[in-house]
Design a protein around this ligand. Structure first.
Ligand SMILES: Nc1ncnc2c1ncn2[C@@H]1O[C@H](COP(=O)(O)OP(=O)(O)OP(=O)(O)O)[C@@H](O)[C@H]1O
Length: 792
């Protein structure tokens, strides 16, 4: 054993060698014999590591000469070591081993906080390897730029990395200071950097898929993050005493294409959500490259693609628009979008349909566009929930081949849920679940037929129809050689170190940038549906125009020469129609707006969508619509009705403010309901239920007497809207002096003046203020409801 003074060692010997790097502590071994044993046990290991290197097993690996190089076997060549050996997160087994070539790097364990890196070198074969891209740089006395920029000191080439992602400089005290300039953030030891951070020796820096480590005065790339492994360890999920996943363990290797199959209700989608890290499990753990996925979700957020069952694209946009908006929302602003969109179109074979509206595409093509959206960020772990449902056999085959290519050519780990088994042999592994989330089989699809003793996959479903059969097969599988081969030998059994990033924080994305993009997209969606837009703009003006026909030549807002006791009630009825029209239009233009894109919202939120930006974009576009609706109503009212002599404020201005505020409050209420309901038809059904109380408790049709009625009327927008209109028109002034009878009594009036319509500034402000207050409360509750939908 040789201990070099520094980590960059000059090799004088021509023998092959191993360089072990335990979190900065370096050991160097020359390989001279036909066989070596690496471990902590002095009695057996000739490549002996110190006792405090606990990650290394007593017998960690056996190296056997093979030609000029060595083959490394995990453990003693029979039994695997505790922490296992990995090359790029793929397991090196005790049986097959792995042939080492000059420059290759393997790891003991996977978790960056505990792994030991082993570099193999063979000076004799050094010429056979192309020089790898720069993997380490010195931090000393220079300003370092990290990012996608080819001129960066250390180029980190991934779409989720900003061109100028971060810089590292030395301060006056010789400390290294990292400054974050990125869109997707920098994490140091699992914690998000907020602006700047001091780098300590051994700090692990995460930038996009890359893991870097500070060692002395150097910065090294520990992991390129281009290969992802998932280990499910004893996953148990129970809800209300019902077991949904029953102690599942298996390992999915980097670059594998894996199908989750099983009967309806077996738990496939639940398992997918668990592997994705968005389902809280009762016991067990999902590890991503050796780290607890749920606790480190933010670190991997940008590397995970997810296509849920529902489409995650807007139907009113074209294919190219969908991809461009998705790229703008998810990727750094300094990235060149066009080439990425082209690549995604190419990958999903939709270049020829780039200008087609999504609504004009077939189900399979829509699914492909959803996949394209996810491919933009080049995810290395990709989940798809029933991507082939509803496709004909030809399309099913094409889709499975497309996914297989994406896995095998792009080194992506792809996991899909499917019911279609015609092309299941395209997969590398299948997970067969039975009722109650029991694991009945895990392995290659071909061997599944052998295990179940059938020739057709459909027969497996029939065999697993009864719960008892499921229990029997689950037990049988555990005792089978398939279990040993595909699970026993493969699974990572290490309990990872407690993670430092317990609270998954989210990078604060630029509010303005997202708000602008979302507003632009929402506006475009509104403009695309011309008929709906026209109806929404014209409904209120037409309704109000019809009143002029109904009241014929009567002038409702101005006192005539003769006192008329019916004038005030008539004015109130007309104003009430203004209110109802605004309420109707405000509610109907907003009730669908959140629920109809719930799947898209959830997916985008999981990536990086800001809730405030999202809601603000809704309010912005609906406010622009409300201004247009107000202007149209104003024009019709000014033309159709003689203007009252408003003493407080000019009638057109007062009318516009009241109408706009009524629309604002009603669309805020509409958004709140849209956030509450589960689907679009529930939102539609809610409309009458929302309008009826507004009509009944407005105080126009019925007097609001009694405390309960009064409180209810305060909760109604209609009461404040009519109140404001009434104050502007000064409805009370339209009531004539009561006629006195000879006995001193007065003739009962159809309408008596009330404080609700007092033509005072105080009353007008009160009504406007309450409309604003309603809007603010509804929007705050909407925000809270949406926040509650967050998985973390
Ligand atoms: N949120 C939930 N709370 C409680 N139970 C649930 C929940 N979601 C699903 N389940 C139950 O868990 C079981 C598995 O559901 P899951 O949707 O994962 O099955 P699946 O195999 O994907 O079914 P399918 O093929 O029909 O989509 C079912 O019995 C389902 O009723």
């Amino acid at each position: 054993m040789v201990q070099p003074p520094s980590q960059s060692r000059t090799v004088f010997s021509s023998n092959p060698f191993l360089e072990l790097n335990n979190q900065g502590e370096i050991l160097y071994f020359e390989l001279k014999k036909p066989q070596h044993i690496l471990g902590r046990d002095p009695s057996t290991s000739d490549l002996l590591v110190p006792q405090h290197w606990e990650v290394v097993s007593r017998c960690q690996a056996v190296l056997c000469q093979e030609g000029a190089d060595y083959r490394i076997y995990d453990g003693d060549g029979q039994k695997a070591s505790s922490n296992k050996l990995y090359v790029n997160h793929s397991l090196i087994t005790p049986k097959e081993g792995y042939c080492l070539t000059h420059g290759v790097e393997i790891q003991i364990a996977q978790n960056p906080n505990q792994l030991i890196q082993i570099r193999y070198g063979n000076p004799a074969n050094a010429h056979t390897v192309t020089t790898p891209a720069i993997r380490a740089i010195s931090l000393k006395q220079r300003s370092i730029l990290l990012g996608r920029d080819p001129q960066a000191s250390l180029q980190l080439d991934a779409p989720t990395v900003s061109r100028r992602h971060a810089t590292i400089d030395t301060d006056g005290q010789g400390r290294y200071i990292l400054r974050d300039y990125s869109t997707n953030g920098v994490f140091i030891d699992g914690k998000q950097v907020m602006g700047t951070a001091v780098l300590s020796n051994g700090a692990k820096i995460r930038i996009g898929p890359f893991t870097l480590v500070v060692r002395d005065d150097n910065l090294e790339i520990l992991d390129q993050g281009d290969r992802i492994r998932l280990d499910a360890q004893n996953i148990l999920l129970e809800t209300n005493g019902k077991r949904r996943l029953d102690n599942l363990s298996f390992a999915i290797e980097p670059g594998q294409f894996v199908a989750l199959v099983g009967g309806s209700g077996a738990g496939k989608s639940t398992l997918m959500r668990t592997l994705l890290g968005i389902e809280k499990i009762t016991k067990g753990e999902v590890q991503i490259n050796g780290e607890d996925l749920q606790k480190n979700f933010n670190l991997y957020r940008t590397q995970i693609g997810y296509v849920p069952q529902d489409d995650i694209i807007h139907r009113e946009l074209t294919v190219a628009e969908v991809l461009t908006y998705a790229a703008k929302l998810r990727l750094p602003p300094d990235i060149q979008l066009q080439p990425l969109v082209e690549q995604a179109l190419e990958a999903i074979k939709m270049t020829h349909r780039r200008h087609a509206l999504v609504s004009d595409l077939s189900g399979g093509q829509r699914k492909r566009v959803s996949i394209g959206v996810e491919l933009l960020a080049d995810p290395k772990l990709f989940f798809l929930d029933e991507p082939t449902s509803g496709l004909d056999p030809g399309l099913d085959k094409q889709m499975m081949q497309l996914l297989k290519d994406l896995a095998h050519q792009g080194g992506r780990t792809i996991i899909l849920v499917t019911h279609a088994t015609a092309n299941i042999t395209e997969c590398d592994r299948i997970v067969f679940l039975g009722l109650g989330g029991r694991l009945c089989y895990f392995g290659t699809p071909q061997e599944a037929l052998k295990f179940f003793g059938v020739s057709d996959f459909a027969d497996i479903y029939i065999k697993l129809e009864q719960e008892q059969a499921v229990v029997n097969y689950a037990t049988l599988f555990q005792q089978s050689p398939f279990y040993q081969r595909y699970i026993g030998n493969q699974i990572n059994t290490v309990t990872p170190q407690p993670s430092k990033s317990l609270a998954p924080t989210r990078k604060k994305v630029s509010f303005l940038q997202q708000w602008f993009l979302l507003t632009q997209r929402y506006w475009q969606l509104i403009l695309r549906d011309r008929v709906n837009l026209l109806l929404s703009l014209l409904t209120a003006p037409i309704g109000i125009g019809l009143i002029t026909l109904a009241i014929k030549d009567k002038i409702p807002f101005v006192l005539g020469a003769e006192p008329d006791p019916k004038l005030a009630p008539l004015a109130l009825q007309v104003l009430f129609v203004f209110t109802c029209a605004a309420l109707w239009v405000g509610l109907s233009s907003s009730l669908q707006e959140i629920v109809k894109e719930a799947a898209i919202y959830l997916r985008e939120r999981l990536v990086n969508l800001g809730l405030l930006a999202y809601l603000s974009s809704k309010v912005t576009v609906l406010s622009i619509l409300a201004i247009a609706q107000t202007l149209l109503m104003l024009i019709v009212i000014i033309i159709g009705f003689k203007s009252p002599n408003s003493e407080l404020i000019s009638w057109p201005i007062g009318l516009s403010i009241t109408t706009f505020l009524t629309l604002l409050a009603s669309f805020s209420l509409g958004l709140l309901i849209s956030a509450c309901v589960r689907n679009s038809s529930q939102a539609n059904s809610a409309l009458p239920l929302l309008l009826l109380p507004q009509i009944i408790f407005s105080g126009v049709l019925f007097k609001t007497t009694g405390d309960v009625n009064k409180i209810l009327s305060w909760l109604m927008l209609s009461r404040w809207s009519v109140g404001a209109y009434g104050a502007l028109v000064n409805v009370n002034s339209l009531v004539p002096e009561p006629t006195k009878l000879p006995d001193g009594s007065t003739v009962p009036q159809p309408f008596e003046p009330t404080a609700v319509y007092d033509a005072t500034w105080g009353n007008l402000h009160l009504n406007w203020g309450f409309l604003l207050l309603h809007a603010a409360i509804y929007l705050t509750i909407t925000f809270w409801l949406q926040k509650r939908k967050d998985i973390f």
